[in-house]
Design a protein around this ligand. Sequence first.
Ligand code: SAM
Length: 284
Amino acid sequence: MLDLWYTENHTDSVRFSIKVKEHFHSEQSPFQKIDFFDSEEFGRFFTLDGLMMVNEKDEFIYHDMITHVAMATNPNIKKVLVIGGGDGGTVRELTRYPHIEKIDMVEIDERVVRLSQEYLPLTASQLTDPRVTLYFQDGLQFVKEAAAATYDLILVDSTDPIGVGEGLFTMDFYQNCFRALTEEGILVNQHESPYYDSYRNEMKRAHEKINGLFPIARVYQFHIPTYPSGHWLFGFASKKFDPLEADLEKWDALNLKTKYYNTDIHKGAFMLPTYVREALKGNE
Ligand code: SAM
């Protein structure tokens, strides 16, 4: 019997492995290496350049947390920009809000979208919603060219700050996001993980830049088994709304059924462990 395992290096001396039933697709796109697998524990999953992106079992955690925290903070969000997010999971969650009027998604790699539509309908199913417009281009360039004050919310659903994702962690990018956001605008972005040194450095760099730019810059956490250390963070940057002052009853009244997010997690997720707080303040 074939004993096939997918193994990812989480650091130079730590590895994470998943027993694989089938490695059913592999290709090199113009931007990255794309691999799709099927597994007993996590169902189908895909990797980009050897890093786990999305799997059927824990995707709900990531997609709930990237979307609903901002949506509950400002119940009047109408125009949203998603950068990256080729698997469609973030767009799927956004389309559940009837009051959203427009969702632009900018994904650099069309192949990720097409393969997700073919192999991962669980996440990609709502990319055909009439409110959604897909743009296949670099997110950095897209926000540079976007008119000022266009979006109420920008969700950066990107890869790590290596390769094509690198530009989405720069000051230039964050400044352009600030400009493209309305006066009530919110930016949610990848903040990596606090646990292993290399990821912690990326977390600090991202936070330092955003903190200097937005009047409100917070960080929130969630637990996701397949990302390095299982402890992952998003940044919440905002021109006006503080997620900890939000009237969350309005979100509860929408009666959306979610599997991870709820309005207690909303508050709790911003309560960070001491070592993370200190790292973010720069006085570890
Ligand atoms: N949940 C995932 C994670 O954190 O591992 C992210 C998923 S999503 C598949 C990330 C997407 O960002 C990829 O499909 C990648 O092609 C896209 N991406 C990377 N850099 C980009 C850029 N500069 N502009 C637009 N999309 C980009």
